[in-house]
Structures are given as C-alpha cells and as structure tokens.
Design a protein around this ligand. Structure first.
Ligand SMILES: [Zn+2]
Length: 246
C-alpha cells in the first residue's frame, strides 16, 4: 500500500537518525499541516492556551482524517500585529492569529470555550482553502464567507456532541460580539452568523438542540450536508454524516 504521507514517513526515518531539522523544513505535499510561530510577548498567554487545549491540532487532524486534499495547506498560528486571521490563497496558508483569543476570552468569560472556538475558526478558514483549491463556485465575497461558515458547522457537527458544543460556543461568541462598524464587510453581521450556526445545529441534532430555529433558516442542514458531501466526494476518506442524521 502506498503511504499517504510519504514525507512524514521520510521524516520518521530521519528522526530515527536523529536528524530532525531537515524533516521540519519539509511539509507534506498534500493536506493540512499546523505550525506555530513564537508569539509576541503580548500573545504568550493566548498561545499557551492554544497549546494546552489543542483546538487547532484537533481541527487539522479531523480535516486530514476526513479529506485527502491534493495540495498542501499550512495552518500557521502567529502574532499577526493587527492583521486578522485569514486564508492566503497565493501561499495556501491559513494565518491563525493568537490575539483572536483575546476577544473570545472576553466575550465568553470561559477560557476553555474560547480555545474551542479556535477549532471553528480553523474550519472556517479551511472552507476558504477548499473553495480556492477545488475552484468551488461562489457568487460573491459574502457568499464565500457564508459558505465557509457552513463548512465550519458541517465539520463540527461531524464531530458529534463535542463539536456541537464548540459550534454552540462559536455561535455564542458571535451573539455577544458588538455590531460591526459601518462600512464594507464581506461577512454576515455576527447576529446572523450566530443564528445560522444555531439553525444548522438544530437541524442536525434536534434531540440535543431543540431550541428555536430561526424561521425560514437558509440553507437548512440537509442542504448544507448534501452540498458539502457532494463537493468533497472525490476527496473523502470516510463517509460523511449519514442521511438519517436529519
Ligand atoms: Zn472568512
């Protein structure tokens, strides 16, 4: 059987030969890889929280277990000096800003939940990476943001109850976020992003999340589940959520 991670296999050999540095400079040729940069002093506490709770490791592992993406995408946790978290298509890199945690820790007043929300962030940015890599059609920047949000919800719902708790925490952070400054913004208003997450959660697991779904919730969970399962069909390592899940 051909190894799926030939570079990692090579790295294992190199590590066995006590030559780790060459290995660390060779990311895999495909799939998602996580790296951490040394944080600025102001971000050290946030970086420590990420290392303790490992939400980015969890998201990257789930992405690679689910998908065989035929391109390398790096998730780089770093101090962004004011630049926001985002996906850079030219570098195929997700820049995950340590200081995102500051807002979520303030909003949620729960460090574990705030760290968990980072998994939702990684999945959202991975949605952008998939739209880019697979050339998925999106009608506008706003449509791309909404689609990336549905991918985050889709991946978290796939995780089962733990992912559902993360999706709830992410929705709560959006609900508590102050309204955005007037001006152009490709994202939906945070209250709408919260409602969309809760609506998908209710649609996917109404027995665990019976709370009120927004009336006329669009897109509904079956639409999101079927659309992502169809778009990713050629990359899937494992089946998606079954049709019986709502
Ligand atoms: Zn986005």
């Amino acid at each position: 059987m051909t190894p799926r991670w030939p570079v990692l296999v090579l790295c294992t050999t190199l590590l066995a030969a006590a030559s780790a540095s060459a290995c660390q400079q060779q990311p895999p040729a495909r799939g998602f890889t996580l790296r951490y940069e040394t944080p600025d002093p102001a971000d050290e506490d946030h970086a420590a929280l990420l290392h303790a709770h490992r939400p980015a490791e969890r998201a990257v592992a789930a992405l690679n277990a689910y998908l065989d993406l035929p391109a390398p995408v790096t998730v780089l946790a770093r101090s962004c000096s004011g630049e926001g978290t985002g996906y850079d298509p030219a570098a195929r890199r997700i820049e995950l800003c340590y200081d995102d945690l500051a807002d979520d820790r303030d909003l949620l007043d729960d460090d574990a939940a705030a760290a968990d929300v980072t998994a939702e962030t990684v999945y959202h940015e991975a949605g952008h990476a998939l739209i880019d890599t697979l050339g998925l059609p999106v009608a506008s920047d706003r449509a791309e943001e909404d689609t990336a949000d549905t991918f985050a919800a889709f991946m978290l719902i796939r995780e089962g109850p733990r992912g559902e708790r993360t999706l709830l925490a992410a929705a709560e952070a959006y609900r508590l976020e102050p309204p955005p400054e007037p001006g152009p913004d490709e994202h939906a208003p945070p209250a709408e992003r919260a409602a969309a997450h809760l609506c998908l959660l209710h649609g996917a697991a109404p027995e665990r999340h019976p709370g009120p779904a927004a009336p006329g919730c669009t897109p509904a969970w079956p639409t999101v589940r079927d659309a992502w399962t169809r778009e990713l069909a050629l990359l899937l390592r494992t089946p998606g959520p079954g049709p019986a899940s709502g």
